[in-house]
Design a protein around this ligand. Structure first.
Ligand SMILES: [Mn+2]
Length: 329
């Protein structure tokens, strides 16, 4: 199966490029770094390069192993391994130079599946995190040759803790705890400190947070917030802070209002005209937002789902969403 194919493909390659998704989160960095430093130990004669265009927002072990680039470039590589994403389109933009002809392996854990063409390998056992996927892959393929040291053990824990919300989310399985326990035995990560550092956001996001909050509308037990494309286009400060504001309010505000259990938050795609990102969040025992996202053409999980919608104006996109949402109110 794909574990065997992974080994075969790595063994016949000399120059291996490791990539992860755009706007990498902690699990993306942790899984890619874990893979890179482990494979380097197992194959000292091969070259492994991990390219990204952004650096982590918190300090991670072996961060110096990240090659920061302005554009991703696969020239000179004979294999690409992607972690925490199931398709190259999630990793690259127009400025990048990634060849279609190079063999690709995806190590992912998300529910979204793509169409795989000849020469593309997918490893996805739907685990808690890409870090857990990489750990299980390496352990299974390389046995004792894959050894957790302090740095690797920390990366495993950071990836798992970040993607399970400190084991709160349903993606946590008994195996997640086993992998975590093995890593914790080698290096003890301070979870409280990590969670605190990981939930920091830049103060520059404040104007965008205010803008979003001004838009807040509550209907029954559902709340939503939005900003218009014009708001962001005409104000650089808002434009810069919009993504952070959106994720902060989505995860820490929306469904914590008394009487509210679910809702959505809307953000225009500033790269593609007429495209909007909608993120839904819900609470156990209340609305299944996956159903709503699917009805709109998107997908996700019961309590966390999303969709991209095409619409020429804020009014139009809100109308499209609310038409579906109100059926469930
Ligand atoms: Mn992940």
């Amino acid at each position: 199966m794909s574990y065997k194919l992974f080994k075969k493909l790595v063994e016949r390659s000399k120059n291996i490029l490791i990539l992860t998704h755009k706007g990498p989160d902690i699990d993306a960095f942790s899984s890619a770094l874990l893979l890179k430093i482990s494979l380097e130990e197992i194959y000292p004669k091969k070259r492994f390069v991990f390219q990204t265009k952004q650096s982590p927002t918190i300090r991670l072990p072996r961060m110096k192993d990240i090659e920061m680039v302005d554009r991703l470039d696969s020239t000179g590589f004979d294999l690409i391994i992607v972690t925490d994403a199931g398709d190259i389109s999630l990793c690259t933009g127009d400025e990048d130079n990634i060849s279609n002809d190079i063999q690709k392996i995806y190590i992912d854990h998300h529910d979204t599946f793509f169409n795989y063409v000849h020469g593309e390998v997918l490893i996805n056992n739907n685990m808690s995190s890409a870090a857990e996927e990489v750990h299980e892959l390496l352990k299974s393929v390389y046995g004792k040759k894959f050894k957790l040291d302090e740095e690797k053990a920390e990366l495993v824990q950071y990836g798992i803790v970040a993607d399970t919300g400190r084991f709160l989310y349903d993606v946590t399985t008994p195996n997640t705890h086993r992998v975590f326990a093995d890593a914790k035995e080698i290096a003890d990560v301070d979870l409280e400190d990590f969670a605190y550092r990981n939930s920091k956001f830049p103060r520059e996001a404040t104007p965008a947070i205010i803008k979003y909050l001004e838009s807040l509308i509550i209907e029954k037990d559902m709340a939503y917030m939005f900003v218009s494309r014009e708001d962001l286009e005409n104000n650089d400060e808002l434009k810069k802070g919009a993504s952070t504001a959106q994720s902060f309010l989505r995860d820490k505000y929306l469904r914590f209002i008394q009487g509210v259990h679910w809702g959505f938050i809307l953000k225009p795609d500033m790269n593609i005209e007429n495209v909007w990102f909608v993120s839904f969040r819900s609470t156990k025992g209340y609305q299944d937002v996956k159903v709503i996202a699917e009805e709109l053409g998107g997908g996700g999980h019961t309590y966390s789902a999303g969709v991209q919608i095409q619409a020429t104006s804020l009014d139009e996109v809100l109308e499209k969403i609310l038409k579906v949402v109100r059926k469930h109110l």
